[in-house]
Design a protein around this ligand. Structure first.
Ligand SMILES: Cc1cc2nc3c(=O)[nH]c(=O)nc-3n(C[C@H](O)[C@H](O)[C@H](O)COP(=O)(O)O)c2cc1C
Length: 381
């Protein structure tokens, strides 16, 4: 296949996989899709290690890197923001709410936050231009074929780095107005992410967002659009491309693959979940993001809830608490299982078994071909 995305990324099948896990990224790229590593949780040193590994394990195939520089964040304009430098701004009412909630599930919040290997990021927040820049500089020292930014127009420095290294710059958006601003700013690829998506997501469903965005940007410049949100198989991919998308950008479907490093408890929850078991809530980051429903998400919707704080404070409050809940559940606390949650989209209901990433890519290809053939057959009757 030769969609504009295939040309830009050097691939034959325009299936892009977002993952924080290098093993998924490499497996997808090797199988004929295109893996993108989420870099936000890494320090520059760790990212260097991950990318060196990818250079050695992608079998000569391309991969990309994704960062998150929100345009709207409560610490905007401040420099060198770290978790400890702003943690004191979290109101006591919110701290008490979280501590009491955890206590009801027999979870202790440790004095020093628990870290897993990947989340150990030296107290960094990596959500603003000055702290993300070292990650970008690290990324551009490797043969990346795509750099993507979420939650706003990439800073000029990021666009300039892309130009200088001849690497396409992509941006995730959730509304046509955002897409127009991104195209005017000079991004090369729009990723239109609908309501169904795991992680930060739109108010608008993918089905409506894709044609809306394509129509809005058409008069400005020809920029390929990747459809995102709710896509877990090749038939859905064909549907998105029938609406004019140049390919698809996926996240949730990779979380339960055999290569994924998602903890077992969360994997089990995801395999058992139906499409109705996720919720779009501000309770994890302060911006709307879709995640598994749990006692944690329900508590934030309850009358006792103090209401979520803006980004980045809600992240600083929720991440250590959810890590403590997971740690406790992993050590046999059955009650804590009710609290644990993770970002995942509505397509979690379409996945009920563990498959290798290669198998998922192959099934995407087969289902896509079957859908196109079927529609061609109907059209020619
Ligand atoms: C666990 C998880 C974490 C995510 N983290 C990020 C992130 O750090 N940066 C980003 O651009 N998108 C992130 N996303 C969104 C994905 O890039 C993608 O747009 C989304 O998963 C697509 O919808 P789907 O989950 O229905 O496939 C995340 C998604 C998930 C499921």
């Amino acid at each position: 296949m030769r969609s504009p995305i295939c040309e830009m990324l050097g691939i034959d099948f325009p299936l892009v996989a977002f993952s924080h896990c290098r093993d998924v990224v490499a497996a997808v790229s090797r199988a004929g899709g295109f893996g993108v590593l989420g870099a936000t949780a890494f320090s520059p040193h760790q990212l260097e290690r991950e990318l060196k590994w990818l250079d050695e394990h992608c079998g000569g195939k391309g991969y990309g890197v994704d960062v998150l520089i929100p345009e709207n964040i409560a610490t905007k304009g401040e420099r060198n923001v770290t978790i400890s430098s702003v943690a004191g701004r979290i109101p006591q009412r919110h701290r008490d709410f979280v501590r009491d909630l955890l206590k009801r599930y027999d979870v202790e919040l440790p004095e020093r936050p628990l870290h897993t290997g990947r989340e150990e990021h030296e107290g960094r927040l990596n959500l603003q231009e000055d702290t993300v820049m070292p990650l970008l500089e690290t990324a551009f020292r490797h043969p990346i074929r795509l750099i993507a930014n979420a939650l706003g127009v990439p800073p000029q420095s990021m666009l300039d780095l892309g130009r200088r290294h001849r690497v396409p710059v992509a941006a995730l958006i959730g509304a046509k107005e955002h897409a127009v601003r991104q195209v005017q700013a000079g991004v090369d690829i729009i990723i239109a992410e609908g309501w169904e998506a795991g992680g930060h997501c739109s108010e608008v469903s993918t089905m409506v967002l894709i044609p809306d965005v394509i129509q809005a940007i058409k008069p400005i410049r020809t920029v390929p659009v990747l459809a995102a949100g709710g896509i877990a198989n090749g038939r859905q991919m064909a549907a998105c491309m029938a609406m004019g998308a140049a390919g698809v950008w996926t996240g949730s479907v990779w979380l339960t693959t055999s290569e994924s490093d998602v903890p077992q408890i969360l994997r089990e929850k995801m395999l058992a979940a139906t499409a109705r078991d996720t919720v779009r809530s501000k309770c994890r980051t302060g911006k709307f993001s879709r995640q598994l429903k749990s006692a944690w998400t329900e508590a934030w919707e309850s009358p006792e809830s103090p209401g979520p704080l803006p980004m980045p404070y809600q992240t600083i409050l929720s991440e250590p608490a959810l890590r403590a809940a997971l740690h406790s559940a992993e050590h046999g606390n059955e009650k804590a299982r009710e609290l644990v949650t993770y970002w995942v989209g509505q397509c979690v209901g379409l996945t009920d078994s563990v498959k290798s990433s290669r198998t998922v890519v192959q099934e995407f290809m087969e289902d896509f071909a079957a859908a196109v053939e079927e529609m061609n057959g109907w059209a020619s009757q």
